[in-house]
Design a protein around this ligand. Sequence first.
Ligand code: FE
Ligand code: CA
Length: 518
Amino acid sequence: MNRRHLIGGLVAAPLVLRFSQARADGAYVFPLGVASGDPAPDGFVLWTRLAIDPVAPDGLGGMGGPAAVRWEVAADEAFRRIVAAGDVAADRTSAHSVHVEIEGLTPDRPYWYRFTSLGQQSPVGRARTAPAPDADIDRLRLAVASCSNWESGYFSAYGHMADEAPDLTLFLGDYIYEYTRTAAQSANVVRPYGLEEATTLAGYRNRYALHRTDADLQRLHAAAPCLAVWDDHEVHDDYSGVWSKTPGVTPNDFLRRRAAGYQAFYEAMPIRRTRLDARLQMPIHRSVRYGRLAQFFMLDGRQYRSRQACSDGPNGGKGQVITDAACLDRLDPARTFLGFEQERWLYEGLARSDARWNILGQNLVMAGLRFGNGDAETRYWTDTWDGFPVARDRMTEALVTLRPRNPVVLSGDYHSFWTNDVKRVSADPSSQTVATEFVGTSISSSGPPHEALMAQMPENPQIKFFDSRVRGYVSIDVERDRMSTRYRTISDVRDPRATVSTLNSWVVEDGRPGAVAA
Ligand code: FE
Ligand code: CA
């Protein structure tokens, strides 16, 4: 029996004894760093996870029994003035992850936090409370990320995001990837996982743990609170609702895998308490207010979706580029993207919002992309909002009817920068512009073929800019009268010390949907 089992076997001991028995034997128990998220005017969520062997095969980080974790929040970086503190237990049921929902703090100011456990202290993180709901703040700096594939390269983009000292970081999905490239695909591997494809709770836990050993990502999480939502690769490529893309995998089978992915996401992310319900659903959509300046609607565009359009065809449940003649299913008004419950929640929130800027943070391109092929037929990639055009147009009609001020959509997934006008009618690029969309490129994942996509741009006047050749992130300053957006690109994804530069910049003026080049 090894030490891990021995420690795990001490659960019958009294609580205090058990805590004293969980030992790290000198190994550092905070190799995964710290994080904060979901800010409110009086607090935020603090996160850490104890581990001494981050990718131990059982997914438990080499930890045994429960351990007490002390948390402290200070008003200053040197922890001279500690304003809140407490103890929580970390144990195997959540892989020794810790979520503390802090309340009672002062709005709109920085705080510093740290954890102590097993005689050791974590790195210090910096969080920030949101402004009071009626505060008339004049600036908010955002850094927006998506698609960080460990194998594809280094996370220097995350490090540069940290350097910008944003008030808030947004993660829009594909924070991890579940698959591992085969030996035949190894030419594309910059740094191997050393892990098999994640399909189980242990597998997903280890994916997140491995990412959190990255110094750049750790630094970003320690620098600012975040709002995180998922896309497909937090579970499995191209899944849609309860349906796997893999033919023969039933929703019942797939739901078990999805639940493992969702549980690991909750454990790894600094988000407020949520849990798998009896249907194995785990709600993560939420709204966060930043004074009178901004209201964020963080959306879940995976969990409640209808099946991929035309899944009965030869492509199974994968997304596909397909014509309407070949796939009438796409146009079925019964298809849902957000699920009807989340959709109703969003419209109610948009109707109530009196914020200057109403920011939809979500996974997939909304403005649409029509593929021509030299013939009269138009094709659509069915994994994005383009696979759900009736739901998509319901959203744009809601924006027209409910008139939230300055709707801006922030999206990920496509590993490329896009500046888009979101048109009222998806099939009609000459229809009214109802929102602005910025799609951020990937932190590290490889982009789609640039020239082939550029060849489609004449069919897509709603897309004002496109570039899939670069990796990076989006940096945004939200002010009362304008939103200024910079596309930040790193010099080389294969270089762990890549430099950063601005590819170009965009401005959205208050009251005028659609970005213009700055
Ligand atoms: Fe991706
Ligand atoms: Ca994706």
